[in-house]
Design a protein around this ligand. Structure first.
Ligand SMILES: Nc1nc2c(ncn2[C@@H]2O[C@H](COP(=O)(O)OP(=O)(O)OP(=O)(O)O)[C@@H](O)[C@H]2O)c(=O)[nH]1
Ligand SMILES: [Mg+2]
Length: 258
């Protein structure tokens, strides 16, 4: 069970962006509380603190609704990793990442890493097979009064007929995600040969069944560690002057007026 520390200054920030309803909050609930429960559409943003070894990582959940669009660049400020999330059964949610959300990441760190996450894999063919033999966490919480009740229908056994129809639900292929990742690197002016390869940065998940959710977050936690160490070294090398320090230093300095 992951350990979530209460309050300590985070060493690094990860932000999850994406259109409304793709499942950003549900992914965080699945990872932090091991549950798939009712959600309400996020207003503004919220953050979770995750202790990862000796480090503290803040994970910022953001609102997908257009009316909160402007806040996204504020949340991305200083981010070491951005999770760009779409719904595998909704092509438009992938297109929105490039049209509406990518520019918000201009305020992220220059060496920020980008993960492309297709959620709701339980609604596509591949995940249905996973669920049929799924042994991941599946304690669903049906109660609660949120406006976005989890898709309540129990996952039917994967039958060939169902698989073909369920597979039709899948509107976004892995190739689509991989090519988006390449366009993001070019937008950032990054040399693809120096970046983490697309097959490491494109994930398909299901907040509903837990499929690939731990792998997503814990892969990113390991990937941001170098950024934490760099930050710490920079902080140690450029000690800030403590303006509050009034100790006499022998030499009296007086405010002078010109
Ligand atoms: N089947 C299925 N439904 C999901 C999954 N993840 C989220 N949902 C459902 O999708 C709806 C939206 O989920 P949220 O987590 O609130 O989506 P969000 O991206 O946080 O939305 P905003 O806060 O409005 O930006 C809810 O009804 C969830 O139950 C998933 O992996 N599978
Ligand atoms: Mg949300």
């Amino acid at each position: 069970m992951p350990e979530f520390s209460k309050m300590r200054k985070p060493d690094v920030k990860i932000v999850i962006l994406g259109d409304m309803n793709v499942g950003k909050t549900s992914l965080l609930h699945r990872y932090t509380e091991r549950k798939f429960k009712d959600t309400v559409s996020t207003v503004g943003g919220a953050f979770f603190l995750k202790q990862w070894g000796p480090y503290n990582i803040s994970i910022w959940d953001t609102a997908g609704r257009e009316q909160f669009h402007g806040l996204g660049s504020m949340y991305c400020r200083g981010a070491a990793a951005v999770i760009l999330t779409y719904d595998l059964t909704n092509w438009h949610s992938l297109a929105e990442l490039e049209e509406r959300f990518l520019s918000l990441t201009d305020t992220a760190n220059h060496d920020c890493i980008y993960a492309i996450v297709g959620n709701k894999a339980d609604l596509t063919g591949n995940q249905a097979q996973q669920v049929a033999g799924q042994d991941g966490p599946t304690e669903d919480q049906g109660e609660g009064g949120g406006v976005n009740p989890p898709s309540a229908c129990p996952t039917p056994p994967a039958s060939p007929v169902l698989l073909s129809r369920v597979t039709l639900n899948k509107q976004v292929s892995r190739e689509d995600a991989v090519s988006l990742y390449g366009r993001i690197l070019r937008y950032k002016g990054m040399d693809e040969s120096n970046c983490l390869p697309a097959d490491k940065m494109c994930f398909e998940t299901s907040a509903k069944t837990g499929y690939n959710v731990d792998a997503l977050f814990e892969t990113l936690f390991d990937m941001v560690l170098p950024s934490i160490l760099r930050n710490r070294t920079e902080r140690e090398q450029s000690p800030t002057v403590d303006l509050e320090d009034h100790k006499e230093t022998g030499k009296r300095t007086r405010a002078r007026c010109c």
